[in-house]
Design a binder for this molecule. Structure first.
Ligand code: T3D
Length: 237
């Protein structure tokens, strides 16, 4: 597939998807949303891919929705429809991809860029990375799954604080709050990502995928249902 807004490559069982609009800190335009969704689908289907890494080109991970694009919208434009046809498909594709997705957060992850970072399964942040719910600065509420994911990860108080302040959360605090799994100094960042990708790509891919499915499903279950679901999935594993 010939992508224009992302880079996609595979090597040694790992697919690397790089958001590549560095002049905008990798802001999402419609094409990038669609190409990223397609690339995750492709990685999910490719049996040789056992782990996926998502990162950003240049100094940002993603600055969220491309604000230049929002200037050209007609009066009747529905943001809700835009979300449904774009970001929702991307986030749902990431969650249903039954392979570990490493978010290699190289720089700022703002707005929907933060939502996409949180849809990854394992986050490695560069010391320079920051997380920011930029939405309230433009009168919006968090979207792209953030209202669902963020309180689950760090609790309501901290999640709501991030929404209210729209301040950049540094990588060190993100680690302390449980928003990321690992923080690496900038010079060691690439090697750290490579180390984890190799470990996951050499692991039990099917079990990793089924675990992801079971954990996400458990969010909607009581204990009895979750135990039963585990037993069912364990038979498959
Ligand atoms: O519309 C819908 O469908 C609803 C969906 C909403 C989802 C959302 O994501 S809403 C939130 C959108 N994102 C933002 O509001 C963040 C806007 N950006 C910023 O606040 C700052 O740029 C950052 C905090 C992310 C980074 O700041 P800094 O100082 O490191 O960089 P900078 O100088 O502000 O930006 C560098 C360049 O990237 C700059 O371009 P230039 O002047 O060098 O030509 C800037 O305009 C551009 N840029 C940054 N963010 C965006 C962007 N261009 C387009 N869209 C952006 N989101």
């Amino acid at each position: 597939m010939d992508y224009q807004t992302i880079l996609y490559s595979t090597e040694n069982g790992t697919a690397t998807l790089t958001l590549s609009r560095p002049q905008t800190l990798n802001a999402f335009n419609d094409q990038m949303i669609s190409e990223a969704t397609d690339a995750f689908k492709q990685a999910d289907r490719d049996a040789s891919v056992r782990c996926i890494t998502l990162t950003g080109a240049g100094r940002g991970f993603s600055s969220g929705q491309d604000l230049a694009d929002t200037q050209n919208r007609d009066d009747g434009f529905s943001i809700g429809e835009h979300l449904r046809h774009g970001y929702h498909r991307l986030i749902k594709q990431m969650i249903k991809t039954e392979k570990p997705i490493i978010g290699a957060i190289n720089g700022v992850a703002a707005g929907a860029g933060c939502g996409v970072a949180l849809a990854c399964d394992f986050r490695i942040a560069s010391e320079k990375a920051t997380f920011m719910l930029a939405f309230s600065k433009i009168g919006l509420i968090p979207d792209s799954g953030l209202n669902w994911m963020l309180p689950r990860l760090i609790g309501y108080a901290r999640a709501y604080q991030m929404a209210l302040t729209a301040e950049k959360l540094p990588a060190s605090t993100a680690l302390e709050w449980g928003l990321v799994n690992v923080v690496a100094p900038e010079v060691e960042f690439a090697a750290e990502v490579q180390k984890w990708a190799t470990q996951f790509a050499n692991g039990a891919t099917r079990a990793f995928g089924l675990t992801k499915r079971s954990m996400y499903r458990s969010f909607d279950m009581d204990l009895d249902e979750a135990l039963e679901y585990e037993a069912h999935i364990q038979d498959i594993a």
